[in-house]
Design a protein around this ligand. Structure first.
Ligand SMILES: Cc1cc2nc3c(=O)[nH]c(=O)nc-3n(C[C@H](O)[C@H](O)[C@H](O)COP(=O)(O)O)c2cc1C
Length: 331
């Protein structure tokens, strides 16, 4: 089946319990073009669970990729079909998660040891949908972490038709480290990912891991096709504000934090439901003023969203304005 890869020089990483649809709605107000990912949804959960709860998204989130986890070709093919029918622009397979829950299901990072099986999964999904199938992986797992192992894995999944390979540039230890430790303790090995792109020039290679600024992203793009940022965006979403100008040559006006926060407060009022409380949605705003005068006052106001809802956001914005005006006046 044919599939056209999105022009995506930069993306926001899938982050379980962080990048839900509300987070993505917020990120989309800051960058109109960056590729967004869902957090991982397992093929089994889609098969047995509640597809609308797992798949619904707002049309403004495009371009958006659905990330799947699993190791069964039939279930993954079905899940890819559901995702494509639901309107996702891309289906991504998670071969990077080292959590013990995921290992018990024999998927995620432990599949890096089985490149031919991952190739089978990619082929099964590709046969089912027109949208691109992409893969996110590590540079290796446990003692399978030589460059040769990564190269062999990449060749297998790319020849099966994976349209992009995103490589988190550190290995994962499957025993003894928590997922969180596996995102900090194994050292970053960017050179392996650069070498992969050199050795497989026709492949679309995206690098991920430890990238915090757009200057760093620009630097990496000297060596690879694209850059994925996770915690850098989570902790400071405003770094997305320059993405469209710097990576998409877009001449759009730069967004403004106050306008974005007001729009999000309004959105949260409508998006809240008996199962999703407004404070759950509004918590996404907490890092909006990261590094700015008034950030602390804004967060203190947000801590009251469980009582005041979106009014807490407006009160927080007034506090930030007052602090910033005062700072301006004393210059
Ligand atoms: C809270 C959290 C949840 C994550 N959940 C996922 C996930 O669902 N799927 C996945 O492929 N990676 C997941 N990751 C890993 C990130 O996608 C990314 O590979 C990793 O954080 C390294 O990039 P960074 O240094 O830019 O954060 C998660 C990371 C964090 C911090």
């Amino acid at each position: 089946m044919s599939s056209t890869l999105l022009p995506a020089p930069i993306s926001v990483a899938p982050m379980m319990d962080v990048t839900d649809r509300h987070t993505r709605w917020l990120y989309r107000r800051i960058s109109r073009r960056i590729l967004l990912y869902t957090e991982m949804v397992t093929a089994a959960a889609l098969h047995h669970g509640d597809p609308p709860a797992l798949l619904d998204f707002d049309p403004s989130e495009h371009p958006v990729a659905l990330q799947l986890g699993g190791d069964d070709p039939t279930l993954l093919a079905q899940a890819a079909r559901m995702g494509a029918d639901w309107g996702y622009d891309e289906i991504n397979l998670n071969i990077g998660c080292p959590s013990s829950r995921v290992q018990r299901g024999s998927f995620g990072a432990c599949l890096m040891r089985r490149p031919d099986h991952v190739a089978t999964l990619v082929r099964a999904m590709r046969a089912e949908v027109d949208v691109p199938i992409t893969v996110k992986c590590r540079i290796g797992v446990d003692e399978h972490d030589r460059y040769h192992d990564l190269h062999r894995f990449a060749e297998a999944v790319l020849s099966a038709g994976a349209a992009r390979l995103t490589v988190h540039a550190r290995k994962a230890w499957l025993q003894g480290l928590s997922p969180k430790q596996n995102r900090t303790i194994p050292p970053l090995r960017y050179a392996d990912v650069y070498r992969l792109k050199r050795d497989l020039p026709a492949a679309f290679v995206e690098i991920n891991g430890g990238i915090l600024t757009l200057d760093q992203a620009t630097e990496h793009r000297q060596h690879v096709d694209a850059v994925m940022i996770g915690r850098g965006v989570w902790h400071n979403p405003w770094i997305l504000a320059e993405v469209d100008r710097r990576f998409y040559d877009a001449a759009d006006r730069l967004p403004d934090r106050f306008t974005v926060a007001e729009a999000f407060a309004e959105y949260a009022t409508h998006a809240a439901s008996p199962t999703v409380r407004p404070q759950h949605i509004l918590r996404n705003l907490a890092p909006l003023f990261y590094g700015q005068a008034g950030s602390g006052a804004f967060k203190r106001a947000l801590a009251q969203t469980h009582r005041e809802g979106a009014d807490a956001v407006r009160r927080g914005l007034d506090a930030v304005r007052a602090i910033q005006d005062k700072a301006q006046a004393t210059l």
